[in-house]
Design a protein around this ligand. Structure first.
Ligand code: 5AD
Ligand code: FES
Length: 351
């Protein structure tokens, strides 16, 4: 397809927030540098129209790396015997929030593997304590697949948001990334339940995950268009040496950036993080992500001693820093691109 036609497709996407499959495919596969640059610029313009130059920060607390699942891509899968497992206590989690609040965080993201130790009762206690101590903060959970009533109970205890990446909207692909015990249908049901309960919901996927085809990414866009999530988390797939995918290559930086811009144009209001995986694949990956439509960063608030242990993929960044260092580092990185971190819950601005 000619350069001019591709530029026109981008204009059309900006206008209609949608394209045909063939048009999406053309954008995803073009090698034209000028077209890519135009796509990135348009995404940045749309981001500025909706969120100005503000960047929202989320304090990420990785409170347990125990997991009962065995996803083939993930470094903390149950089958990885080499991981030293840890859990934070409720007091340690509250201590992270205290430190985070002082650093200007107004959203806490509690993330863990699917750890049966953290029963509904324990989670409800943690969530309600954070809610009581920090009434002006948003609480985001990212603790995997649960049943409807558990999600409802966490919501009633004060959780506002939930992150559960769908990983891929193509069933056969889902099955090549996960063992038989895991169900594509259940994952989608979880996202539906979360929406119905009233959470601000985040879905998402890895770019360049093993066996991914370009057309599957179009399925992902179609799926997101139906779900209408408030947040979309994407990052490149990154190899972890102690998983069944240890010989699979990393996803690509360029392709992730392209996908970020397309998502910004499809979902002008969406909260789109420049992820840690993006910062891991390239030292300036997060900065590039911000310039391509991303408007959220998620620095680590976990105690330093456990950071290295929450290793979903090899060479994860920010494992040696204290929370305050990470916060300061990001402040500079964000400013280097002409944006600024704001002290704000950073709720979605849906038009
Ligand atoms: N590379 C990149 N992202 C990964 N995740 C898990 N393992 C990897 C990996 N090897 C992502 C998944 C998961 C999120 C918490 O991290 O998409 O949903
Ligand atoms: Fe963590 Fe730079 S963001 S050290």
């Amino acid at each position: 397809m000619k350069k001019e036609e591709l530029i026109e497709i981008i204009e059309k996407l900006k206008e209609n927030r949608d394209l045909s499959d063939a048009e999406f495919l053309a954008l995803l596969t073009t090698d034209e540098e000028e077209v890519r640059q135009h796509l990135f610029e348009c995404a940045d313009n749309v981001r500025r129209e909706n969120y100005g130059t503000d960047v929202y920060v989320r304090g990420l607390i990785e409170f347990s790396n125990y997991c009962k699942n065995n996803c083939y891509y993930c470094g903390i899968r149950k089958g990885n015997q080499k991981v030293m497992r840890y859990r934070l206590t409720e007091d340690e989690i509250l201590e992270c929030c205290k430190e985070g609040y002082a650093l200007g965080f107004r959203t806490f993201v509690l993330q863990s593997g699917e750890d049966p130790y953290f029963t509904d009762e324990r989670m409800i206690s943690i969530v309600s304590n954070i809610r009581r101590n920090y009434p002006d903060c948003a609480i985001t959970l990212s603790i995997g697949e649960k049943e409807h009533d558990s999600y409802q109970a966490f919501f009633d205890a004060g959780a506002d948001r939930y992150l559960l990446r769908h990983e891929t909207a193509t069933k056969s692909h889902y099955e090549s990334l996960h063992p038989e015990e895991m169900s594509f249908e259940h994952r989608l049901k979880c996202l539906q339940d979360l929406k119905e309960i009233g959470y601000q919901v985040g879905a998402g996927f890895m770019v360049g995950s093993p066996y991914q085809k370009t057309k599957y990414l179009i399925n992902d866009i179609r799926f997101l268009q139906k779900l209408q999530p408030d947040m979309i988390g994407i990052g490149p797939f990154l190899t972890h040496g102690d998983t069944p995918f240890s010989n699979q290559p990393n996803g690509s930086l360029e392709f992730t950036l392209r996908m970020l811009s397309i998502l910004r144009l499809c979902f002008p209001y969406v909260l789109l993080p420049a992820t840690t995986a993006l910062g891991t694949i390239h030292p300036l990956g997060r900065e590039m992500g911000l310039a391509c439509g991303a408007n959220v960063v998620m620095p680590n608030l976990s105690p330093r001693r456990v950071r290295k242990l929450y290793e979903l993929y090899d060479n994860k960044i920010c494992t040696g820093e204290e929370s305050a260092q990470c916060r300061g580092c990001l402040e500079k990185r964000v400013a280097s691109k002409g944006y600024q971190i704001v002290t704000d819950r950073g709720d979605v601005k849906k038009s």
